[in-house]
Design a protein around this ligand. Structure first.
Ligand SMILES: *Cc1c(COP(=O)(O)O)cnc(C)c1O
Length: 370
């Protein structure tokens, strides 16, 4: 074994191809890239240049600090900051040409006071999440006043609560609310009529019959996540995660493995211990226990189940089904890749692929493929 670190391979050609596929899906609408949370855990410094080179001209981050970093890799792009207007950082918005996504009357007013000399902000309308943004009736009053452009607002956006559930009734309700506001804005004429509208996230781009308006904002699907759960994933996998086997041991029938002895050998078993654990962001909830099958890894081409709990730095795999001598310490086990996709890994840990991505650990050796 050369090293204890897991190996995280990031395929930037696949990332760029995924953006292009979504850009084609968006049709006449522009396709942005959501790169919040350090590009969903992949690293802004890796993702943003590849997306910009593929043709992406608009990016969304969550924090001003992320926008500050993204700017270095996309000098000409529009960069929106989703989590509201952090007025204390106004000089950074100005110097780095960051665009806040305004989500309340107070933020709109503060932007009006402070935003001179900045690029235009976005206005967030909450059409059904009750999380961020003006209520539709508040947005209506503002649009009817007809001075969005004068207030430094250059985009109207909302966000789906359940786009990955194609038949969720809330989708149609949200589409109606934003469509009504968009139509109202168009009917006003002048500068306000030209303000673009943005709705779709990754799954929204695959919702049958959903309008895309002017700008789509996919995140997860760019990184290989499945925007249509339960159906074949149209995206290319972007990350691959492997961890070295540090030890292979024989466990007699009846003995237990790991913390709290959650797994008991039903027969004489062989266990491979790999160097990856919850300190690397691999969820402890992926442990195998009597009530939950837990995670799996591919070893020597075969899917092997976890045996017992995930430890801080180690995971134990049941490799009894492999031929004796099929693997040795130092060989790699695949935790994501080789058919084990992000969404399946998320389910095995009772969470989503989003959380798997954004928790990808800092100890992995990151290898970039272009
Ligand atoms: C995270 C986010 C997105 C991207 O969503 P995905 O499901 O990752 O495509 C788009 N818009 C907003 C407001 C978001 O918070």
């Amino acid at each position: 074994m050369d090293d204890h670190a897991g190996l995280l391979t990031i395929d930037r050609a696949a990332l760029a191809a995924n953006w292009r596929l979504l850009a084609v899906r968006a049709g006449g609408a522009e396709c942005a890239a959501v790169v919040k949370a350090d590009a969903y855990g992949l690293g802004l410094e890796h993702a943003v240049p590849a997306l910009a080179a593929a043709g992406c001209r608009s990016f969304f981050v969550a924090h001003v600090g992320e926008g500050f970093i993204a700017r270095a890799y996309a000098p000409d792009a529009a960069i929106y900051v989703l989590n509201g207007f952090a007025a204390g950082r106004i000089s950074t918005y100005r110097s780095h040409r960051l665009r806040p996504v305004l989500g309340s009357a107070a933020e709109i007013e503060a932007w009006h006071q402070l935003g001179a000399g900045c690029e235009p902000a976005a206005l967030h309308v909450d059409t059904g999440m009750n999380r961020l943004g003006l209520r539709p009736e508040e947005a209506r009053v503002l649009i009817e006043a007809g001075n969005l452009a004068e207030r430094g607002i250059g985009l109207l956006m909302t966000h789906f609560a359940s786009a990955e559930i194609a038949d969720a009734p809330e989708n149609a309700a949200q589409i109606t609310r934003i469509s009504d506001l968009a139509a109202l804005m168009r009917s006003r004429g002048g500068a306000n009529a030209a303000i673009p509208v943005s709705l779709a996230n990754s799954s929204g781009l695959f919702l049958p019959g959903a309008p895309f308006f002017d700008l789509a904002r996919p995140g997860y699907a760019l990184y290989g996540g499945n925007p249509v759960p339960g159906r074949p994933n149209p995206m290319r996998p972007v990350i691959r995660l492997e961890a070295p086997i540090v030890q292979i041991r024989a466990v007699p029938a009846g003995e237990c493995v790991g913390y709290n002895g959650n797994w008991r050998a039903a027969r004489a078993s062989r266990i491979a211990t790999i160097s990856c654990g919850y300190a690397d962001g691999y969820p402890r909830n992926a442990g195998n226990s009597p009530d939950h099958p837990g995670g799996r890894a591919i070893v020597a081409g075969r899917e092997c189940p976890f045996a017992g709990n995930v430890s801080m730095d180690l995971i134990t795999l049941d490799i009894t089904a492999l031929p004796e001598g099929a693997v040795r310490p130092g060989d790699m086990a695949t935790l994501i890749g080789d058919g084990l996709d992000l969404d399946a890994v998320g389910r095995s840990a009772r969470t989503t692929g989003y959380e798997i991505l954004t928790n990808l650990g800092r100890r992995y050796r990151r290898v970039i493929r272009d």
